[in-house]
Design a protein around this ligand. Sequence first.
Ligand code: NAP
Length: 325
Amino acid sequence: MAKRIQFSRTGGPEVLELLEVTPAEPGPGEVRIQNHAIGLNFIDIYFRTGLYPAPSLPSGMGTEGAGVVDAVGDGVTHLEVGDRVAYAQGPLGSYADYHVLPAAKVVVLPEGVDVETAAACMLKGLTVQYLLRQTCPLKGGETILWHAAAGGVGSIACQWAKALGVKLIGTVSSPEKAALAEKNGAWATIDYTKEDVVERVRELTNGEMVDVVYDSVGKDTWEISLDCLKPRSLMVSFGNASGAVEGVNIGILNQKGSLFVTRPSLNGYADTRERLEMMANELFDMLKSGKVTIDIGQKYSLAEVGKAQEDLASRRTTGSTILIP
Ligand SMILES: NC(=O)c1ccc[n+]([C@@H]2O[C@H](COP(=O)([O-])OP(=O)(O)OC[C@H]3O[C@@H](n4cnc5c(N)ncnc54)[C@H](OP(=O)(O)O)[C@@H]3O)[C@@H](O)[C@H]2O)c1
């Protein structure tokens, strides 16, 4: 028997149940992975609360993990039993001892990248890869605004932006989080719970404002973000930590300076095997070079998953969070 987290209805952390199950067998094109570490992400909370509907209920939870290939289905050519691997996409259900998913979503870990690091950065690091290198391919010299800069995605973004020669202004909610973001390479920080973000961005950029805003906070920061942009520049809205941005009148983009806006997702960028491999290779190169290190701020057991999600939702975590099955 093996452990698995499941939810049968949407709601608070209490809907997450720990079950004993017999691990499923992989079908054609699939592999079964014995997880050694599991990544916790804000998107897991969106599925639990119903902001993003799960394909069906009852449902497993989680999309990110790392471990060892334990069984291989027919037709799988790039993976063998015993390979050290990681994944960030695919069917819900990574909060478990074993997870079955399409082999095409799984990458082999190179030497020097351990499984805990991989579980802590596959989803978040691939996200930073596409945001900084594809959504708006930064060349160096730009100034950007990044909300929640001390979080899981934010901690990686601070380091990657610095490596690219990009000045990242990070928003945070406490002096401790500001210190962490600056340690990770943020050029400047703003406490958005106390300071006027638009005015601080104006001061820091000598009135020029920023080239791109990366906003995963959503509802609470949408208009502030638009006000921090240079004319004709790009707003990247990529998350909903404070709630979804709704009811937008597209005319606001004209009023705020002929702006561009995009609402991207990892699945929209890592949508083929080739693109996933390209993105993962670039992430692993950043890890191996030491330009990006992964800060695992918290670890929990599978039985503590409700508390883990509650801590993430309540802004009590920093860096990445993993579950150890
Ligand atoms: N579109 C994509 O492809 C994609 C992929 C990965 C992640 N994301 C998004 O990126 C964001 C970061 O994900 P993560 O897993 O790394 O989480 P995280 O950044 O570690 O945690 C979320 C952070 O958001 C900030 N926040 C601001 N207002 C909040 C509120 N009302 N409630 C809760 N938190 C609030 C908090 O930082 P402060 O305390 O400093 O404010 C909190 O620590 C999430 O919105 C997630 O959905 C999007």
